[in-house]
Design a protein around this ligand. Structure first.
Ligand code: SF4
Ligand code: SF4
Length: 471
């Protein structure tokens, strides 16, 4: 007992440290100190731009009142090495358990399928079947025309495949369910349409930030606002330039037929796991409802488990997925890492379809359903002897500029055909500008919106009249 008292008496209470970059100079600690140990500082801290207090420990009795008074978590600290706590979360939270095995990836399996007769189905159905063949067994969604049939088909089929279909209470709930499922390393998707897609943007930004996969099929409809349920390419700008706040990009694939709705949806699942980043299928209302011949692939995928997944087994349980980085240097490094990933997508994932482009002096640029009318226009114009080709971006982001650049030397003009008010044209112009193209050809356009699609005849007339004007 005596011994214990003696030890207690002689033990020195730890004294506080000021962490200058976290001190805001509010002075509360000065008022709190009974020993007058703390005074207003005079020097601006270069990291915070503020003036921290200065502490003199000669008279300090270690009472800790200054720490209690400080509103900043780390303005003052009572540890021998407070910086180390910030740098090393293990000091704060303890060492992680080391007995769990190191997580390893369980690879996907490719399962051969027998050859079948082509189906004649609408675009949303084709996309849903593509998702199932890619191994997607988790669907989350909120119904919105003209995308709902895709969700309906998933609701019918998934329970028979031991899958999960959840109709969420909203699009906001939907995207967060996809976040959770993707975080567990499982392929998941939703069908939505423009106003619903807008509501998902915050969650998509979180998914990009925390590197979570997921596939979003956006069957675009007329806008702005609720607009109508007819086809438009209203979300090109949103998908290419505005996926939530911060430094965000996602591969966006623009199909033009029910067959491509299937093929590109399967590709989307592959890419979303390749890059750990959401992938958008950018369809349009007409394409979603359009019926066409669809040939099924001769394989399907049984997904594995990525090593990074927060999966329920012992090896994966210690993984962490989150989109918050409170340290400024760490968040900058994370953004640099994301930029390197975006650059890899730009280099490896540009896709385009070129139709009669070899000798073209006039290039029609169109995507989605308007590209179908543009294709018909090219045929008609070729019959008239005009050298017209169609350049169809399949990857809307990254824009397939490397496929366009070789054509620029030979073409005199572009006619950009779209069901929006210049959103595709902006992407074309931006891509050329970023590629350093100075000699930009004449750019004309055919634009319809509000559910009205560019018609083959208007495209023919525009190109033919331009040719008369030029010659
Ligand atoms: S620990 Fe107590 S005595 Fe020491 S500086 Fe803080 S308030 Fe003053
Ligand atoms: S250490 Fe805390 S209480 Fe003291 S001036 Fe800085 S921020 Fe204010």
């Amino acid at each position: 007992m005596e011994n214990h008292r003696r030890i207690k008496k002689t033990r020195e209470r730890p004294k506080p440290f000021v962490l200058p970059e976290y001190c805001k100079g509010c002075g509360r600690c000065i008022d709190a100190c009974p020993q007058d140990c703390i005074e207003i500082g005079t020097e601006i801290n270069p990291k915070s731009g503020l003036i921290p207090v200065v502490i003199h420990l000669d008279n300090c009795n270690g009472c800790g009142l200054c720490i209690t008074a400080c509103p900043e978590p780390y303005g003052l600290a009572q540890t021998m090495n407070p910086e180390a706590e910030l740098e090393n979360p293990f000091i704060l939270f303890g060492e992680p358990e080391t007995t769990a095995p190191t997580p390893t990836a369980v690879p996907d399996r490719t399962i051969p399928l027998p050859k079948t007769e082509p189906l004649v189905i609408k675009g949303t159905y084709a996309s849903a079947i593509g998702a199932l063949l890619a191994g997607c067994r988790h669907f989350f969604g909120y119904p919105i025309t003209p995308s709902t049939e895709g969700a309906e088909l998933m609701a019918k089929i998934l329970p028979k495949l031991d899958g999960v279909f959840v109709q969420a209470v909203s699009e906001v709930a939907t995207v967060n369910m996809i976040y959770g499922c993707g975080g567990a390393g499982k392929p998941s998707m939703t069908f939505t349409s423009s106003p619903g897609f807008s509501l998902m943007l915050e969650g998509i930004s979180y998914m990009i930030g925390s590197e979570v996969p997921g596939v979003f099929v956006n069957v675009m409809r007329g806008g702005p606002g609720l607009g109508n349920i007819a086809p438009e390419q209203s979300d090109i700008k949103l998908v290419c330039r505005g996926l939530g706040h911060g430094n965000t990009h996602a591969i966006a694939l623009a199909p033009s037929s029910p067959q491509e709705m299937l093929d590109l949806t399967m590709l989307a699942f592959q890419l979303t796991f390749k890059y750990r980043n959401p992938v958008i299928i950018l369809g349009d209302g007409y394409l979603g409802q359009m019926t066409g011949k669809v040939t099924l692939p001769d394989y399907m995928i049984e997904p594995g488990v990525p090593e990074w997944a927060v999966y329920g087994d012992e090896a994966h349980r210690k993984n962490l997925i989150c989109s918050i980085e409170l340290s400024e240097p760490d968040l900058e490094l994370h953004n640099i890492h994301l930029n390197q990933k975006y650059q890899r997508m730009i280099e490896e994932e540009q896709r385009a379809d070129l139709y009669y482009c070899d000798d073209a002096d006039t290039l029609i640029i169109a995507a989605n359903t308007p590209s179908r009318m543009a294709k018909g226009a090219v045929r008609t114009l070729r019959e008239k002897g005009l050298k017209v080709g169609l350049f169809r971006p399949i990857s809307m982001w990254p824009f397939p500029i490397k496929h366009l650049l070789p054509l620029l030397d030979q073409i005199e003009r572009m006619v950009i055909v779209e069901a929006s008010n210049g959103q595709l044209e902006d992407e074309v112009r931006l891509a050329m500008s970023k590629a350093g193209v100075h000699d930009i050809p004449v750019i004309e356009h055919v634009r319809r919106f509000g559910g009205m699609l560019p018609q083959q005849e208007e495209i023919v007339n525009k190109v033919a009249s331009s040719n008369v004007l030029i010659s």
